[in-house]
Design a binder for this molecule. Structure first.
Ligand code: 4AD
Ligand code: MG
Length: 431
């Protein structure tokens, strides 16, 4: 294959002639010199063309280029401290691929709803470039961490007969005459693969028909979910801490430019290092009460409570031992306190709220079987899950890290809708 050049590698090509294949984001002409802002998906670069170097014909054609026109620009890479990214291109030739029609997203301000309608184009802008490149780095970092610890990535199904996270948010569909649901979490299947392979994880979309219209909720979001046989609550708290630290570090190392574009206060991210503070749910309720919140022991925290709690700490905080009624059916009971479970949520600092949810799973067949009945879940569809407790049951634990919430926190952006290329939200499925 021919050699391809990318803006992100400009530093390796100083004083050499290269060709960049990209799109025009902005342009300014003085009549003799033209400044083309070009993006190629890996970065942004200023390309400077003078009439003398490129000739009258090319120069005039370049002056007519519109925003988002596609082009190949050939030129010599020059070091320039003033240029964004530190380099610019002295242009020798321009090959116009298409002169774009009038582009709907201009450098002026647009409303969110307009931008969301044009999400397929919006993702080309520099802020979205930064956020989505960080998202990709986050996924890679999570996988690298787990792979390096000997976890096996094993995918779990999207179409399932059984609910994992309660029946109120289920998406129902038809499966050749039978009822099926879209997966809310890979956890139950992860538990099966963990009993077969020891340490596993899955990574995929979770689908929940949540009526919550908040800046933290998507209908379709992604989780990376590790599950470990012969592990308890303390084991996963430790792994969560190490994994989140490794992921943040990796973003700091590989996406410094993107964090700069977002004007992220990176000192806040550099502070993320084990150990993370750990408090019990009951201690968290005390904090809330002292802060004046009207909150009853027993229910799960909502966005408001999570914000109050996560603003308290400089690092992510591990809140453990939630009451039984606040957590799903599969949570193991705390042997020392029958009212609470061996569950843990990690709340990100700066008010970002829950980024990880997990815990130790019920191990005992008869307790689990009672819970399935109490929840009025169709027994037949959980027999396979109960089998895991019939044949060599062991203490095991796992968690799910919500990719979009994690990315929103690392990027320091308010709304989760920008952290996934095509968000699915309450009342929005397009484009
Ligand atoms: O706390 P959740 O519901 O936990 C589970 O699904 C477990 N079965 C995971 C496991 O143990 N394997 O979801 C896990 C994480 C949350 O901490 C949050 O970060 C994210 O997924 N999350 C959402 N993100 C965006 N939009 C939503 N509607 C979300 N619901 C949960
Ligand atoms: Mg949760």
């Amino acid at each position: 294959m021919r050699t391809r050049y990318y803006i992100e590698d400009a530093a390796r090509h100083v004083d050499r002639e290269i060709t960049i294949e990209g799109w025009l984001t902005n342009m300014r002409s003085s009549g003799k010199i033209i400044f083309l802002q070009v993006r190629d998906g890996t970065g942004f670069m200023q390309c400077v063309a003078s009439k003398g170097d490129v000739g009258d014909e090319t120069f005039e054609a370049a002056e007519k280029l519109t925003q988002e026109s596609s082009l190949r620009v050939t030129g010599t890479v020059r070091e320039d401290a003033r240029a964004p990214g530190g380099h610019e291109l002295s242009v020798s030739a321009i090959d116009v691929v298409q002169v774009a029609e009038e582009y709907p997203i201009t450098p002026k301000e647009h409303g969110t709803s307009f931008l969301m309608d044009h999400r397929h184009l919006w993702i080309r802008s520099s802020r979205q470039f930064a956020v989505l490149r960080i998202r990709s780095a986050v996924m890679t970092a999570a996988r690298n961490f787990l792979d390096s610890r000997g976890f096996l990535e094993l995918d779990t199904p999207i179409l399932t007969p059984s609910a994992c996270e309660g029946t109120t948010t289920l998406f129902e569909t038809e499966y050749f005459g039978e009822r099926a649901y879209l997966s809310q979490s890979g956890q139950l299947y992860n538990e099966a693969t963990a009993m077969a392979f020891g340490r596993v994880y899955c990574c995929g979309p979770s689908l929940r028909a949540e009526k919550a219209k908040t800046r933290r909720h998507l209908i379709e979001f992604w989780q990376i979910e590790p599950e470990i046989a012969y592990a308890d609550l303390n084991d996963i708290m430790e792994i969560e801490e190490e994994m989140v630290t490794a992921m943040v570090r990796s973003v700091l190392e590989t996406r410094a430019n993107e964090l700069r574009i977002l004007e992220r206060d990176v000192d806040r991210l550099r502070a993320v290092e084990p150990p993370f503070p750990r408090i019990t749910y009951t201690e968290a309720v005390e904090i809330l009460k002292k802060a004046g919140a009207d909150f009853e022991w027993g229910s799960d925290f909502g966005a408001e409570e999570e914000t109050v709690l996560s603003e308290r700490f400089q690092k992510p905080v591990l809140v453990h031992r939630y009451p039984r009624e606040a957590k799903p059916f599969y949570m193991e009971d705390d042997p020392d306190d029958a009212d609470v479970t061996l569950s843990v949520d990690m709340l990100a600092p700066e008010g970002y709220g829950e980024i990880v949810g997990g815990g130790q799973r019920l191990k005992d067949l008869s307790t689990l079987s009672t819970r399935v009945d109490e929840e009025k879940m169709p027994r037949d569809d959980y027999e396979w899950y109960l089998d895991l407790r019939r044949y060599g049951t062991v203490p095991h634990a796992g968690f799910g890290l919500g990719i979009e919430r994690f990315v929103a926190w690392v990027c320091g952006i308010r709304h989760i809708r920008e952290t996934i290329p095509f968000p699915r939200m309450l009342n929005r499925m397009r484009p």
